[in-house]
Design a protein around this ligand. Structure first.
Ligand code: HEM
Ligand code: MTE
Ligand code: MO
Length: 465
């Protein structure tokens, strides 16, 4: 093929809209991506932000692009090269350079943004998950917030904004403590992926953790701002201080009724397990919504507003929703499903780990169990023989008020391995206070986003002979 034509950056910059065709550069190559705009998994709006210029600063933020298949797609659209005398794109720096250090035991599912979970067998070691091992799920770089100048904005009933410093949040409102489990909607997604490809990070069984949270009650702050429980509002919206290049912040919402009900224990937390909230977990203030999916527990809280509508954020509207197994990315209509709030009953085996070799004799199996909406766990059944016979596990954890059981139970069971058996097919399943049970297999609950993955957990091990 003839050599590609050469252009200057100024010429590339003339192609910023569909009418002019949309060009971008990567290294010294030029691409016409107009025909890819509608196909972009991250949306047309996002990709257009790079129109007429370099992709590097954007891809530094969304590291999902650093994969061979993405570069392959891009190279299909090559139309030219930058003239050799053109300067390199201005250095943009690493948007993640300010992220905090992390514990080496974490299994990193994505480095930028940072998403990681502990080895599952460490989860069942302690009822409260150590902060350093607690799973981290960030959509963007961790914002750097100065606690001395931090101001939480709360939109009042008449539109009048209330602004609270960290010191005011600590001193003006009673300190309230809650032990609550936080679980990502995508926990155990890799098991759905094994059935059929889903879109999302490959979480194992440890995108869940339990902490003792301390902070001001959200209802106290809303009351201070002038709201009353019977005001007839529908939703409380939260905005994080983490923002993408277009300035869009992470956001989510919960029902106003939930926020205003003292029994729901919704917190604006400034402490986690007795320490100031770590940077990865939302320093200096995050929302903790007990019994509700991780995604609504907004970190680095910047703004609270109240109104008739749910948060308009991508994560409330077009993500974190469940669909039928028959819905695919061509047919999905996000307006047809409600945003996930309370989570269904869940349990998993943390020990032994899949593929382990165990000695003959008695086997001890450990794990966790939890359900959303304050529904406690009433029983965990464990089988060593693929579900033919069952053992009832012993549950351990904090005593909590019925209907407000926000924390998980750790469980364990010791049972004899039948003589002569070479492999064990270990299963667990939990029952919550409403007698909800887990589905036995993944396929019937498969969904394109890989959320709400709560089938019986299965671990296969070899018996030493
Ligand atoms: C996701 C391609 C530009 C933001 C993706 C994915 C591909 C892709 C293939 C899916 C990756 C995967 O999950 O394996 C491209 C190409 C681009 C481009 C070829 C340029 C020609 C951009 C720009 C931005 C952006 C400029 C942001 C300003 C995103 C986001 C996702 C994504 C946020 C994740 C979507 C999700 O997981 O829901 N892109 N992209 N992309 N892209 Fe791009
Ligand atoms: N809040 C902000 N501001 N930004 C985020 O990326 N991720 C959400 C939620 N709150 C997120 C956020 C998701 S999807 C989950 S599962 C939890 O935070 C994870 O909390 P953790 O990192 O403290 O475990
Ligand atoms: Mo999540």
């Amino acid at each position: 093929r003839p050599p590609f034509p050469k252009y200057t950056r100024a010429e590339v910059a003339c192609h910023r809209s569909e009418a002019e065709r949309v060009w971008v550069t990567y290294g010294s190559d030029i691409f016409d991506i107009t025909d890819f705009l509608e196909l972009h998994p991250g949306g047309k709006g996002k990709i257009l932000l790079a129109a007429g210029g370099a992709l590097e600063p954007f891809w530094a933020l969304y590291a999902v692009h650093g994969q061979p298949h993405v570069l392959e797609i891009l190279h299909g659209y090559k139309v030219g090269e930058l003239s050799p005398e053109e300067p390199p794109p201005p250095a943009t720096g690493d948007p993640y350079a300010g992220d905090p250090p992390r514990h080496p035991a974490l299994k990193v599912n994505s480095a930028r943004p940072f998403n990681a979970e502990p080895p599952a067998e460490l989860l069942s070691e302690t009822f409260l998950t150590p902060n350093q091992l607690f799973f981290k799920r960030n959509h963007l770089p961790v914002p750097t917030v100065d606690p001395a100048t931090y101001q939480l904005q709360v939109q009042g009933p008449d539109g009048r904004p209330l602004s609270l410093s960290l010191a005011e949040l600590r001193s003006r409102f009673p300190r309230h403590e809650v032990t609550a489990t936080l679980q990502c909607a995508g926990n155990r997604r890799s098991e759905m992926n094994a059935v059929r490809q889903v879109k999302g990070l490959e979480w194992g069984t440890a995108a869940i953790g339990t902490a003792r949270w301390a902070g001001a009650r959200l209802r106290d702050v809303l009351a201070h701002a002038g709201y009353a429980p019977d005001d007839g509002h529908n939703h409380v919206c939260f905005e994080g201080l983490d923002r993408d290049l277009s300035g869009t912040t992470y956001g989510a919402s919960i029902p106003f009724r939930k926020a205003m009900n003292a029994e729901e224990d919704v917190l604006l937390a400034y402490e986690m397990n007795g320490e100031a909230l770590p940077r990865d977990h939302g320093f200096p203030v995050r929302v903790v919504v007990p019994g509700v999916v991780g995604a609504r527990n907004v970190k680095w809280l910047g703004r609270i507003s109240v109104g008739p509508d749910e948060s308009q954020s991508h994560w409330q509207q077009n993500d974190y929703k469940g669909f039928s197994p028959s819905v695919d990315w061509d047919t999905v209509d996000f307006t047809t499903a409600p945003a996930i709030q309370e989570m269904p009953v869940q349990s998993a085996i943390t020990e032994p780990v899949p593929g382990a070799t165990v000695p003959p004799g008695d086997l001890t199996v450990k794990g966790y169990a939890w359900s959303g909406g304050g529904r406690g766990i009433v029983r965990v059944d464990v089988s060593l023989d693929g579900g033919q016979t069952w053992h009832v596990a012993t549950l351990a954890g904090e005593e909590q008020v019925p209907g407000r059981v926000w924390a998980w139970k750790l469980w364990q069971v010791t049972a004899p391995i039948p003589p002569g058996v070479t492999h064990l097919n270990i299963l667990c399943k939990a029952v919550d206070a409403s007698y909800n049970v887990q589905p036995d297999t993944v396929a019937p609950i498969w969904n394109l986003r890989g959320v709400l993955s709560n089938a019986w957990h299965r671990v296969t091990v070899t018996v030493e002979r």
